[in-house]
Ligand binder design. Structure first.
Ligand SMILES: [Zn+2]
Length: 152
């Protein structure tokens, strides 16, 4: 089992946060859980789930907490995940692809007007096209990670 690759089942916000932290996360909300289990097995990924009846399967990591912060904390602590600052914001939170840094000028026409010229960095996902920058949202996230004491 690869310890830093996951399939997250039906917990989209957790999947997004783990991707932002730099982990390789596939997400599924498929009604039928069998293909999801098979995917995790095939790729040697840890399956994160809060589905009660899946809890007893030994290779499924069952999340006890209902709230997102609790789920993130449990995942990181119990799986002893190593977080690296340099891995944060390297993956697309939407599709899991690696992001590439781009110049502000290249995205000028695609970003909100008030984002331009503020000294932010910009990254693009060349898979889904989404553009990221370190605006307020990113600062809030960093504070969250700090508060949860998951970043050294
Ligand atoms: Zn993407």
């Amino acid at each position: 089992m690869k310890e830093d690759q996951f399939v997250v089942y039906k917990l989209q916000k957790l999947a997004i946060l783990l991707r932002i932290l730099g982990f390789d996360v596939l997400y599924s909300q498929n009604k039928d859980y069998i293909p999801v289990i098979n995917l995790a097995k095939r790729e040697n990924r840890i399956l994160l789930s809060r589905v009660k009846f899946l809890r007893k399967l030994p290779w499924i990591f069952y999340l006890k907490e209902d709230d997102l912060d609790g789920q993130l904390e449990q995942t990181i602590k119990e799986l002893k995940l190593k977080l690296k600052k340099e891995n944060i914001f390297t993956r697309c939170s939407k599709c899991n692809n690696f992001l590439q840094e781009i110049q502000e000028d290249e995205v000028k026409r695609e970003i909100p007007f008030d984002v331009f010229g503020r000294g932010y960095w910009f990254k693009r996902c060349f898979n889904c096209g989404k553009i990221f920058w370190n605006g307020n949202h990113m600062i809030t996230l960093k504070e969250k990670f700090k508060k949860l004491n998951i970043l050294s």
